[in-house]
Design a binder for this molecule. Sequence first.
Ligand SMILES: Nc1ncnc2c1ncn2[C@@H]1O[C@H](COP(=O)(O)OP(=O)(O)O)[C@@H](O)[C@H]1O
Ligand SMILES: [Mg+2]
Length: 250
Amino acid sequence: MSALLTFKDVWVEYGDKVVLERVNLTIEEGSFVSVIGPSGAGKSTFLRLVLGQEAPTRGQILLDDRPLTPECHPDRGVVFQRYSVFPHLTALQNVAFGLECEKSPLLGKLFGKARRDANALAREMLAAVGLEHNLDVYPAQMSGGMQQRLAIAQALIKHPRVLLLDEPFGALDPGIRLDMHGLVTGLWREHGLTIVMVTHDIKEAFKLGTRVLAFDKRRIDPQAPHRYGATAVYDMPVKRGETPAPPAFA
Ligand SMILES: Nc1ncnc2c1ncn2[C@@H]1O[C@H](COP(=O)(O)OP(=O)(O)O)[C@@H](O)[C@H]1O
Ligand SMILES: [Mg+2]
């Protein structure tokens, strides 16, 4: 395995508020990284850095040993907990739309063969997430689990190397969540994806991840809570199928 992403002494600050400090880690191609930590520990900020939506205040992030470009990139697909699939588009249109944006950013429309190709690919992605019978359904007619599948299909159609999941299953019922675990595991294996998933659920983190990163502050100044930022305080390799005892948080 080789390093896909490298964080070198990365800091994120907003004014005098330090959110992340001294983040040093590499993410191997093909790994499934679960990210846990208390609310406000900078987990979403960490994902935004990988997405290139945000640049570090200090330090460096490398993708394939080259500086990460701070822009939306087809290398990276993203799914958030409350993902805004477009309500006025059907499932098929929602998934094909991702491709339209990429191919023709100004026009945003595909014609003729390009459109037929996009639709065929979108159908394939929808089948991969089990929505092949819901091509013409609008998001409002879908359950939370179906909307989440749709969001994953939308992210996957660009064939991202990294799939970023920000608490993707938090709002789902336990049974549906279990289905989604199977789906994501299958997609991860079949597409050779690298996945970085933030979750509140420690059991989910250890069940799905090949590695669990815990973000938290190493030091706290009671007089100035924003003085110090969070960093990866635990970094645990996991053999899938084993469920080790959860880490003891200080
Ligand atoms: N644009 C911003 N300006 C100021 N503070 C921000 C901004 N974005 C995030 N933060 C702060 O950074 C901290 C970490 O946020 P976040 O990454 O969302 O944490 P998590 O996802 O772990 O809950 C929070 O204290 C949040 O208020
Ligand atoms: Mg968050």
